[in-house]
Design a protein around this ligand. Structure first.
Ligand code: HEM
Length: 274
């Protein structure tokens, strides 16, 4: 065996370690940000629902939120928002390897709930955007979040098909794609605030959310994280240490931006309602 052949594995395993560590750091930060979002949802929407005071939903300044007399529309809004807490919290638990290893029964049930709620969220969201309430600020913004909904249903179906066929590695990848897509609305908020803080102002954004940045983030909020996930998968499969290091760097840069965005979303979007 040549010297280079002996030297090669440690180089790759170090790079593999870096890739895995940056993935874990990304995930831990995402969990903090997503649980904060869940807490906000429970306080701002769940609390008033339990107290029989749904008018208070409108304190968060949704596009429509609660409309007196519109029972069906209000029920759609309430179920969509409250299930958002269930899916966001449940999604984080699905990705924890220790839970999969030691509590596979929980993983299966939580997975079933996650997939069912993903479909309900996507369908109820698309209905709210294009149904009688027409809850959208711009058509392009509405198309952006609706495409997110369609992709959620496709990815969830793929994840289910692979797990039924016992193709666990394919299932894991499609489940991670579903996770990213389901968190599209969370990435939207975090990306929006990150952008404003980095640029020290709403560059390319207008109050009616029809500026170039607003129309771009309507799609980029989920396509960009999805693209980074694909790069992560490719780096995992690759034997090229350089590629793994590069992807780890990209992931850490994305994590730093995400940290700024989470801070901004907490300070300016969520904490005023807590
Ligand atoms: C599956 C992941 C999703 C989550 C976690 C989620 C979360 C939320 C939350 C928390 C709200 C309350 C408003 C706020 O505080 O910002 C909301 C409202 C809304 N969502 Fe979603 N959503 C998801 C998917 C979708 C999809 C796919 C659509 C498709 C069009 C959609 C359309 C809407 C609409 C129209 C509203 C009402 C906004 C208003 O009345 O102001 N959502 N969603």
């Amino acid at each position: 065996m040549s010297d280079t052949a002996i030297a090669a594995p440690p180089r790759t395993s170090l790079a593999n370690g870096a890739l895995q560590t940056s993935g874990i750091i990304w995930f831990l930060l995402a969990v903090i940000g997503q649980w904060t979002f869940v807490y906000y949802i429970l306080v701002a929407f769940g609390g008033p629902a339990v107290a029989g005071n749904p008018e208070a939903w409108n304190d968060t300044q949704p596009i429509h939120g609660y409309i007196a007399g519109d029972l069906i529309g209000n029920l759609f809004f309430a179920s969509h928002v409250l299930l958002a807490a269930v899916i966001t919290f449940g999604g984080t638990l699905q990705l924890v390897p220790q839970i999969r290893a030691h509590f596979i029964g929980f993983h299966r049930w939580n997975g079933r709930v996650f997939m069912t709620v993903a479909f309900i969220m996507a369908i109820s969201g698309i209905y709210m955007a294009w149904g009688p309430r027409e809850t959208r600020l711009t058509d392009i913004g509405g198309i952006g979040v609706s495409l997110n909904g369609v992709l959620i249903m496709i990815a969830a179906t793929m994840a289910l098909r692979h797990v039924f066929a016992k193709r666990i590695d394919q299932h894991r990848r499609w489940a991670m794609r579903t996770f990213i897509l389901v968190n599209g609305v969370w990435f939207y908020r975090v990306g929006f605030m990150g952008w404003i803080i980095v640029n020290q102002g709403p560059l390319g954004s207008t109050s009616s959310l029809d500026g170039p940045f607003d129309l771009t983030i309507a799609f980029a909020s989920y396509l960009l994280p999805l693209g980074i996930l694909e790069l992560y998968f490719r780096a995992q499969d690759s034997h090229n240490a350089g590629r793994k290091w590069l992807t780890s760097g990209l992931l850490l840069a994305a994590t730093a931006f995400m940290a700024v965005g989470i801070f901004g979303a907490y300070m300016f979007m969520w904490s005023p309602h807590l």
